[in-house]
Design a protein around this ligand. Structure first.
Ligand SMILES: *[C@@H]1O[C@H](CO)[C@@H](O)[C@H](O)[C@H]1NC(C)=O
Ligand SMILES: *[C@@H]1O[C@H](CO)[C@@H](O)[C@H](O)[C@H]1NC(C)=O
Ligand SMILES: *[C@@H]1O[C@H](CO)[C@@H](O)[C@H](O)[C@H]1NC(C)=O
Ligand SMILES: *[C@@H]1O[C@H](CO)[C@@H](O)[C@H](O)[C@H]1NC(C)=O
Ligand SMILES: *[C@@H]1O[C@H](CO)[C@@H](O)[C@H](O)[C@H]1NC(C)=O
Ligand SMILES: *[C@@H]1O[C@H](CO)[C@@H](O)[C@H](O)[C@H]1NC(C)=O
Ligand SMILES: *[C@@H]1O[C@H](CO)[C@@H](O)[C@H](O)[C@H]1NC(C)=O
Ligand SMILES: *[C@@H]1O[C@H](CO)[C@@H](O)[C@H](O)[C@H]1NC(C)=O
Ligand SMILES: *[C@@H]1O[C@H](CO)[C@@H](O)[C@H](O)[C@H]1NC(C)=O
Length: 815
């Protein structure tokens, strides 16, 4: 008996204690694996897809579906389970078949090693052979990250070692069943200014555009921050990306059909998600419009347009949308004997092919302009790097190929035109209309233009770095004062508060997007001048608000006081507000259930902090979807908190004859009697939860049979026990019904008619995150809209449907 136990025990330990390294004289046979120290990746033999052949590869454990990231013998498969991987004393990995022939090896150069080499599988998915246990870079004899297959991973370099001439590139599999090198490859093209290109054999399939400080092709996905890096010096030139959220996983895959895909998952949700990138529209096809023309995509169709000063090469074909021949200069250049040329500026461009370009990283835009003007073969110029207001110079010396325009992102680009053409442009005041695709519009559901993601991501990154920088400043200054900004700086940053930079109209005044000279972005709230507050009072108030710091609250960075002007400066949120997403058919697809649940939870936490955990007890009083902003990761952040207090008074519970709030979100007792309490915010929160779940606006919703508002409708479905019908139909079957029902129930509890029945926010946070049974909700405040000017007690009687009045009522005398 003991013996059997002993055997069983040793059997179990031998299979369950997996090693992460392979030493000389050790081997791995088919069926055995190496597992990285953190249990994240695994190396061993596998069969891809429906193939019958066996390969040595690295994959991520516990992720579904099976995700192989690297294959050793991709071109020389094994026929049966007789494969053996060994490490020889020269530090070379060899893969042997049944007859002991080497079918794959890590190198054919034997480098003498002083120490015992060792091969180790890392959590990153890198398989590294080192010269002994030393940890420095020099000890690395070989690593799988230097030999990518179809996947690029964080910290894997794609590019060239210019000293050794070794190139690292991603190449597709032949098919899903065959890892052999396919016809597509993502490579760094060294002609002109280096750029990443997807090749199909020798031809260019698509291009990401040169790195301009922001963009990268092995691109990130909206929910996971990546930091792209482009290194270009005498020794090497490469792209790589770093994942900022270390608990998430992100891979770029070049599929057998040549499309880029992003694969991502988190350590909690081990189901891999795939999004295609690039190739979403024909404008991403290399040179779709031929030379010297511009591709526009309006969401349905691509159209091509000759650049200014150029005409179609084949007008007949051009007229019937055959664009391949592109455009040619209208007149022969007069450059040699006349230097009257000028430049025409295009904005929001993806820069053209840089394979015949010249660059200088230290020139500024003005020098760039001059040097382009001097050289008659120069056709266009642009900044090399758009960060910090732009720097460097990129000149194009030939035809301009593969340009496209976007509506909201992209780079400024200047093309050379003759003086007469420029005059024409000036006098005619022709406004070029670029029909681009809009940011974040998810035309194909999760499939998003990669460029869009680059920019959004990188704004996020830039903001993060900036916030860190700023936070330090705040911390240092906390005891002294809140940072103050000069009015002139803010006026400059917002182009004199131009309507173009207006982000929206909040409860207490308009909000503008500001860009400081160094490129840092801010949101500037210009408070309306109604406040009767004294200056010191205002300052104190703002200083207090600025100390409210929580991950689900928008950070107040400073203020500006200048005469009558009072402004608050907040961190800038690239993804607008929740209403912008949740009530928009196309954008809503982007918010899958886990994201929505995360938002519901985040708002609850932020509100709990305001109500209980912060030093001040703050009632928001105007909580609504447009006051919930989304950061680059779509995490919610509550804005406009603390303002009602400074504008109206600081009682915890009070009667007031002024109503602050927005119809659709205010509870009956508040609108009718001006009675507010923490439970008023709870009501507003409940409305938001039901709106997020259903994707419908409380104020605009009315079900056709019963003329209920959203709350009434949810209540009816609840009582009829078919509450899942409330769920946004776009979510389909991808979500957990248990969570959905729980959210709806919490929402209904929060919107109950009587304030004392509503839970407080700490209970809400608990209810959302446990699986204890919840109380049964009572009838909600059946409230759609109230005419405040009429009898104040007839709140529930006075329901109006289909209101189009969208205004946020902030301060309103109800006498
Ligand atoms: C694999 O095939 C070879 C020859 O085809 C054979 O000698 C060997 O025994 C096989 N190994 C296994 C494990 O089936
Ligand atoms: C092993 O590989 C060698 C060389 O590629 C080949 O000639 C031989 O047939 C292989 N043996 C088996 C059993 O596959
Ligand atoms: C392969 O090598 C192993 C160990 O080195 C040896 O035991 C085995 O007999 C060899 N097989 C053949 C077919 O040479
Ligand atoms: C082996 O050496 C040859 C010649 O030096 C080289 O062309 C080839 O790429 C090398 N193979 C590997 C796997 O390193
Ligand atoms: C192309 O179409 C425009 C108007 O649509 C017309 O004026 C022009 O003559 C056409 N050109 C050719 C070459 O057909
Ligand atoms: C370009 O050509 C057009 C027509 O062919 C002519 O009207 C215009 O004056 C020319 N511009 C220059 C600068 O020669
Ligand atoms: C340069 O162009 C201007 C106007 O286009 C013209 O008047 C002048 O004669 C030209 N000079 C030369 C040297 O061609
Ligand atoms: C780049 O421009 C700077 C400033 O104009 C100049 O000093 C430098 O020599 C240029 N570098 C190259 C490689 O042309
Ligand atoms: C224009 O600049 C390029 C790159 O510096 C150079 O190769 C070319 O000779 C220049 N042409 C003229 C006409 O100066």
């Amino acid at each position: 008996m003991l013996f059997i136990w002993f055997c069983l025990f040793s059997y179990m330990t031998s299979t369950s204690t997996s090693l992460d390294s392979l030493a000389v004289s050790q081997s791995i046979r088919d069926g055995e694996t190496l597992v990285s120290a953190g249990g994240i990746t695994e190396l061993g033999f596998f069969i891809p897809g429906n193939s019958a052949r066996r390969y040595l590869g690295i994959w991520f454990r516990n992720v579904s579906p099976f995700t192989v990231v690297w294959v050793a013998n991709r071109n020389t498969p094994l026929d049966n389970k007789s494969g053996v991987l060994k490490l020889n004393e020269n530090g070379i990995l060899v893969l042997l078949n049944a007859t002991n022939s080497t079918i794959w090896s890590s190198s054919n150069i034997s480098s003498k090693t002083e120490n015992d080499p060792i091969a180790r599988l890392l959590d990153s998915g890198n398989f590294v052979v080192k010269n002994g246990e030393q940890t420095n870079e020099n000890g690395v004899l070989w690593q799988s990250f230097d030999h990518p297959c179809d996947i690029s991973m964080p910290e894997m370099k794609i590019g060239w070692n210019l000293e050794t001439g070794v190139e690292r590139y991603v190449s597709s599999w032949t098919s899903d069943d065959d890892p052999a090198e396919g016809e597509y490859a993502l490579k760094m093209d060294l002609r002109g200014y280096p750029q990443l290109i997807v090749f199909k054999g020798p031809d260019i399939k698509s291009r990401a555009g040169p790195f301009n400080g922001f963009s990268l092709v092995a691109n990130p996905v909206p929910s996971h921050d990546t930091l792209p890096k482009f290194v270009f010096n005498e020794k090497e030139v490469y792209y790589e990306f770093e994942l900022l959220d270390k608990s998430a996983f992100f891979l770029y895959k070049l599929s057998p059909s040549g499309t880029g895909q992003s694969l991502f998952w988190t350590s909690q949700l081990r189901t891999r998600q795939v999004a295609s990138i690039g190739d979403q529209d024909q404008c991403e096809t290399y040179a779709f419009c031929g030379a010297n023309s511009l591709c526009n995509y309006d969401g349905n169709h691509p159209t091509c347009e000759c650049l200014r000063g150029y005409v179609p090469k084949s007008p007949d074909q051009w007229n019937i949308s055959i664009w391949v021949n592109g455009c040619v200069p209208m007149n022969k250049s007069n450059c040699e004997n006349n230097d009257t040329d000028g430049f025409f500026k295009y904005t929001h461009m993806k820069l053209p092919d840089t394979s015949s370009s010249w660059f200088n990283a230290t020139m500024n835009l003005d020098e760039c302009h001059k040097s382009c003007l001097k050289n008659c073969s120069c056709t266009a110029y642009a900044n090399l790097d758009v960060r910090d207001g732009g720097s460097g110079c990129l000149l194009w010396l030939n035809n301009l190929v593969d340009l496209r325009s976007f509506s909201e992102w992209g780079q400024d680009f200047y093309i050379r035109v003759s003086a007469s053409e420029l005059d024409h442009a000036g006098h005619g005041n022709v406004k070029r209309k670029i029909v681009g695709i809009t940011v974040g519009v998810t035309i194909f559901g999760l499939i998003i233009s990669c460029v869009c993601i680059f920019i959004i991501k990188n704004q996020g990154t830039a903001r993060k770095i900036y916030n860190k920088h700023y936070q330090n400043r705040l911390l240092r200054k906390e005891d002294i004062d809140l940072p103050t900004f000069d009015l002139s700086v803010l006026a400059n940053a917002t182009e004199n508060f131009s309507t173009r930079n207006k982000l929206g109209e909040g409860g207490f005044g308009p909000v503008y997007k500001g860009t400081l000279i160094d490129g840092k972005e801010l949101a500037v709230k210009r408070l309306s001048k109604k406040s009767e507050q004294g200056l010191d009072e205002f300052k104190n108030e703002v200083a207090l608000i600025s100390k409210l710091q929580h991950r689900n609250l928008v950070k107040l960075l400073g203020c500006c006081i200048d005469g009558d002007e009072k402004m608050l400066i907040y961190e800038f949120m690239p993804n607008h507000s929740l209403d912008y997403f949740v009530f928009d058919e196309t954008k809503r697809k982007f918010l899958d259930w886990p994201k929505r649940f995360n938002i519901i939870n985040g708002i609850a936490r932020g509100l709990l902090y305001l109500h209980q955990d912060s030093r001040l007890r703050i009632i928001h009083r105007d909580l609504k979807t447009s006051n919930v902003l989304l950061d680059a990761n779509l995490h919610p952040k509550i804005s406009d908190f603390g303002l009602a207090r400074s504008f109206i008074g600081d009682q915890v519970e009070a009667n007031t004859n002024r109503v602050a709030g927005t119809y659709g979100y205010i509870p009956p007792e508040y609108a009718a009697r001006g009675h507010f309490s923490l439970k008023s915010d709870v009501f507003s929160y409940g409305v938001i939860v039901l709106e997020i779940v259903s994707g419908k606006k409380n104020r605009e919703f009315s079900d056709p049979e019963h003329y209920n508002n959203l709350l009434g409708h949810a209540w009816r479905l609840w009582t009829e026990e078919r509450v899942l019908e409330l769920l946004d139909e776009l979510l389909g079957e991808q979500c957990a019904p248990f969570e959905v029902i729980r959210c709806i129930q919490v929402g209904l509890l929060c919107v109950q008619q009587r304030p004392e029945d509503r839970p407080d926010m700490s209970s809400v946070v608990l209810m959302l995150n446990s699986d204890t049974s919840l109380p049964k909700p009572k009838v909600p405040g059946f409230y759609t809209e109230i005419d405040v000017t009429s009898d104040a007690n007839s709140s529930s009687a006075n329901q109006k449907l289909h209101s189009v009045n969208e205004l946020s009522i902030t301060i309103l005398d109800a006498r």
